[in-house]
Design a protein around this ligand. Structure first.
Ligand SMILES: Nc1ncnc2c1ncn2[C@@H]1O[C@H](COP(=O)(O)OP(=O)(O)OP(=O)(O)O)[C@@H](O)[C@H]1O
Length: 285
């Protein structure tokens, strides 16, 4: 009997507050989100609407006060222990005394039990396990880092360091990759080049991506779905499916249909800013 495949991500009526009583900050309230495997989903919304909190819950770094978070049908803690989740933070945390190559290969070597746990979970949810680890030198070359594999992080530019962090995260072939504004500190051209490389890796490895950004254009370029959030309390107000062909390139970015999506997301964001967004509701990415 074939087991029905669980969503890659499922948040059911999730609430997370910091502090207690009247002064508590409700970072997330009644958040419901379902993401099928392999989708690229961006979270966008005004500062303080709970985007990073949502990522931390998915990555198992925090737990909800109420509701439930599942990653391929299991708890984030279980998914983390099985190395099913990859995390790319805003600033890359590379080990400064190790070469680029060692930085990206190290996570594959530590915690050998994770592979076994992952296979067990994959079998229990009727999903193919991630298979063999990709060749890291090849991934580095694909990210245009082939010439710097023996350099130390301090010898690289900010954009290069961020690419190393992305390659490292993809190297574990995570089922879900969580990215918190990974390109925000970079100049526009580096950013666009990294977006292309991210999409190429995503296309090849078919990981589910949850990506936080403040850039409307970046969200529309990258995503299958843009999830718009509003603050006070932090909540999802709309999920917009971006029905544009891939690969997406300069020609498409100049087209009216691309700008129409940008306008739509911008309009929903504006409403979220002004607090007149539709009330919170369930959301399928
Ligand atoms: N550890 C914490 N302790 C207390 N309050 C917190 C904590 N983490 C987040 N908050 C509060 O929860 C709310 C949501 O924060 P969060 O960082 O998730 O928002 P965000 O949408 O990611 O913001 P930004 O776009 O500015 O990064 C904010 O009001 C924030 O001040």
């Amino acid at each position: 009997m074939k087991v029905l495949q669980a969503p890659a991500l499922e948040l059911r009526s999730v609430r997370r507050a910091y502090g207690s009583g009247p002064s508590a900050t409700v970072a997330l309230d009644d958040v419901r989100l379902t993401v099928p495997p392999g989708r690229f989903v961006s979270l966008i919304g005004p500062s303080g609407c709970g985007k990073s909190t949502l990522l931390r819950l998915v990555a198992g770094l925090e737990r909800p006060d109420r509701g439930d978070v599942r990653v391929h049908g299991v708890t984030p803690a279980k998914a983390c222990a099985a190395k099913m989740i990859g995390l790319v933070p805003q600033t890359p945390a590379l080990l400064p005394w190790m070469s680029v190559l060692r930085n990206v290969t190290l996570p594959q070597k530590i915690n050998p039990g994770a592979g076994r746990r992952r296979k067990e979970i994959a079998a229990s949810i009727g999903r193919d396990s991630a298979g063999t680890a990709p060749d890291m030198r090849e991934l580095l070359a694909e990210a245009r880092l082939g010439d710097v594999v023996h350099k130390l992080p301090a010898e690289l530019s900010g954009g290069m360091r961020q690419r190393v962090a992305i390659v490292r995260a993809f190297g574990l072939r995570p089922d879900v990759l969580v990215m918190d504004e990974p390109f925000s500190a970079l100049d526009e051209f580096t950013r666009e080049s990294l977006q292309d490389q991210l999409l190429r890796l995503w296309d090849e490895l078919r990981t589910t991506v949850l990506f936080v950004t403040h850039s409307v254009s970046e969200a529309v370029r990258l995503s299958d779905t843009v999830v718009v959030m509003a603050p006070n309390p932090g909540r999802i107000v709309e999920s917009i499916d971006v029905d544009l062909p891939r690969p997406r390139g300069e020609r498409l970015f100049a087209e009216r249909r691309f700008h129409a999506y940008e306008d739509l997301v911008r309009d929903r964001l504006r409403r979220a800013w002004h607090g007149d967004a539709a009330s919170a509701g369930g959301s399928r990415a």
